[in-house]
Design a protein around this ligand. Sequence first.
Ligand SMILES: Nc1nc2c(c(=O)[nH]1)N[C@H]1C(S)=C(S)[C@@H](COP(=O)(O)OP(=O)(O)OC[C@H]3O[C@@H](n4cnc5c(=O)[nH]c(N)nc54)[C@H](O)[C@@H]3O)O[C@H]1N2
Ligand SMILES: Nc1nc2c(c(=O)[nH]1)N[C@H]1C(S)=C(S)[C@@H](COP(=O)(O)OP(=O)(O)OC[C@H]3O[C@@H](n4cnc5c(=O)[nH]c(N)nc54)[C@H](O)[C@@H]3O)O[C@H]1N2
Ligand code: SF4
Ligand SMILES: [Mo]
Length: 812
Amino acid sequence: MEKKVRTVCFDCHSKCGVILTVNDNNEITRVEGDPDCPVNDGILCVKAFSAPEIHAHPDRLKYPMKRKTWSVDEPHTENRGKDEWERITWDEAIDLIEAKVRKVIDEYGPQSVIISQGTGRGSNHFLDRLNNSWNGGGKVWPTHVCLLPNLAQTHVTWGRMFHPHEACDYRNAGSIVMWGTNPIRSRQYSGLRIMDAKRNGAHVVVVDPVFRDIGAKADLWVPVRPGTDGALAMGLANLMFTSGKFERAHEMLIKWTNAPFLINADARMMLREAELSEDGSDERYVVWDENANDIAIWHPETESFNREDVRPALMGAFEVTLKDGSKMTCKTGLETYKDEIAVWTPEKVSSVTWTPVEKILQMFDIITNPADDKPSLLTAYLGACMMTSNALQSGRAITILQLLLNPPLDDKGGIYFNTFWEFMLDPKITAYDRVPPKLRLGYDKHPMYTQVYGNANIPNDVWESMITGEPWPAKVMISVANDPLGCFEDSQKIHKALTGDVLELNVDMDYFMTPGNEIADIVLPAAHWSERVGVFDEELYPEPCPFIIPQKAVLPPGEARDDWDFQRELGKRFAPDLWPWESSEEMQLWRLNEFHLIPNGKEPITDYEKAAEIGYFIEYGGENRTTRQHEKGLVKFQTPTGRIEVYSEQMPSYGYNSPLPSYSEPFESPYQTPEVYKEFDLCLTTGARDYAFYHSAWTNIAHQRILEPWPYVELNDEDARERQISEGEWLWVETRRGKIRAKARISKGVIKGAASMCRPNYKHACDELNLPGFSWDQANPNVLCTAEGSDPGFGAAPMRSMLCKVSKVNEF
Ligand SMILES: Nc1nc2c(c(=O)[nH]1)N[C@H]1C(S)=C(S)[C@@H](COP(=O)(O)OP(=O)(O)OC[C@H]3O[C@@H](n4cnc5c(=O)[nH]c(N)nc54)[C@H](O)[C@@H]3O)O[C@H]1N2
Ligand SMILES: Nc1nc2c(c(=O)[nH]1)N[C@H]1C(S)=C(S)[C@@H](COP(=O)(O)OP(=O)(O)OC[C@H]3O[C@@H](n4cnc5c(=O)[nH]c(N)nc54)[C@H](O)[C@@H]3O)O[C@H]1N2
Ligand code: SF4
Ligand SMILES: [Mo]
């Protein structure tokens, strides 16, 4: 007999609603999009359609396994990758992991136990809880490069952790810039809404070194040299100033931002009341009041000025009298920015970004003339500002350009202050509040990373700790839904770390055997989303935001378990009070009740079947949205000034060179390292997403591999001709770190002088298509990448801006 089961795909952040038809033989016989799901309106991508193949794949891991010579007291790390595997029970696996974690905590402290995770696959926030169950050493995860650098710059600028990309009301915008993001591949949810916007007349601009599907849908493709987006953003802001078009944002800027605050240029800080009078406060700021033609003092604590009827001057320079009687002329913050970026003429921008001047002007024309005078939105995800040496400053340059375009704040067609991030990081789930802030690896090098997201280590420092034992040894690593060799920069260093003798236990939970778990000590089999409940704990949707209760459609193969199951059982051994649940169903209901039903005054549901039957609990966004929350006092800008900070003193405090956006060259570039450029003569970006794959996963699945059978590197046709390279030819792509193989993909759709490597590392062979795998070191772009030249404060690794050369592969 067949039945239909409603569940959720989590093979990307869209988290689409799916209906699976299953039979009594534990087979999935049909995959359909759920038309009732407001996220995807019934539309699915290829990854969801592969569920039957993944569920039934003969290579799925079925049982927990231990490397034969590994034991708690004698790990025999020299046998990694050589030992036989022996099957163990789940209880044995959890006993062994518990015993080793306890031993390491006794000998070295909890900071020697590291948890690693990848991108969102429904488990990350319970992983935080697991880590905090033993007051752990923090996690290693790719948020130093993923969306967190963007959140960190919004955190600094807006005083709120929210993501402009997720929060943009695309459907009601008049122009949209996809700035280094391709939601057609990466996030169907947003892709569908941008297509709606286009149908409604919005003009779409794509800023990307490569012309892809999203470019083909756009009105304008603006090619850029990888890693130079900050210069483009400052150039466009300069045009906003010289054309006077920023004046449309005047009222918003004087009311909600610190753009009018006066600056002490010598100190490169905002002028303080304490500089003007003996009893003045160091935490109060100064504006020039156009009504009184005198200074006025801003009190962040009450979010008000020292008198009524203050109208701050947005632009200009004003003479103030300091407390010693001397005079000082102070520009406003925005005037300071205007002057600093005056050098960024279109010609200068073009010389840095390699974008033709006319494209810069066309882009400016589109963003300042949106269709039907509707809002202009800029949305940057990874490409533009997250994997470069200048990540956060580029992000800030884009955010401030966005402010100059006068987006509606928390209203139609603008940027919504969605609260879903706060659910995700709520200590109620992560249990952060149980853990006193502690040292994290890499804290001293990139202070902002650990301060903004306290549970994180800098990945490069984790590998260093495993290699050198310094500043303390990382002795245990537990990876859930993460392949460190494929995920983080500098795979060679990671391989050395994971095969060395400092690390004594490496646990890896995955669907398949991978090159990473071949060198692990304990391997655990994971259940696919079709085989589990509790797949959904990332409420990322701007509008409308459902909370979905999925059903388990089929049983996992062998003894594979869902990730929550493992986390709960291990967590209970250390902090039973944090893990009061007996099943993943109970965990999912707890999420529903505690986070969504009870706070909204609804009755909690205790019967999972009943909750699953209802399926969607749409509580947020859409009709339920409260707009302009800041005006109603519901949302605060939690910055030092209590305003959106165009001028941010937090940036220098985190190690940045300026409180205003500034440009610096990628750590390796034609201008930064001309000697290196003589040999490595292409600007490389790595990791652009493919429709078919989720990071390094699914190159073994025929339905997906058939779409992109071989690793590829994208090149400009002139560059290829100069090097006598033809389409489809095997090439070495080489940086100063190492070399990998890829087939040439040649077109005019790559900016001349650049190269782009795709994300998946093709670690798995696909037997059905008779296509090979490339292990961890032959086609993995992270072999080319390094932590050198990471963004100063946040540590974003420059995976999208380095130098490479290409050459023909003469023999395999
Ligand atoms: N199918 C699929 N979907 C995914 C994922 C996946 O692996 N597969 N991964 C998920 C994850 S974790 C993330 S973080 C998101 C990422 O989602 P996105 O950021 O939307 O996608 P990417 O393809 O990584 O990058 C977007 C574009 O940036 C361009 N780019 C590269 N370097 C630069 C640059 O220096 N400047 C500019 N302006 N553009 C540049 C690339 O050519 C690419 O077209 O995708 C998520 N969705
Ligand atoms: N060079 C370069 N590197 C990058 C990027 C880039 O653009 N360029 N992008 C970075 C970004 S933004 C991110 S988020 C990271 C992502 O990196 P990761 O999320 O770590 O992705 P993978 O390296 O593919 O490792 C994920 C592993 O988890 C397994 N898996 C999938 N689903 C599950 C599950 O439900 N449970 C369990 N237990 N296992 C599962 C997969 O089979 C796979 O082996 O990569 C980063 N790395
Ligand atoms: S992979 Fe993403 S877009 Fe595709 S069906 Fe799954 S959640 Fe939706
Ligand atoms: Mo990511």
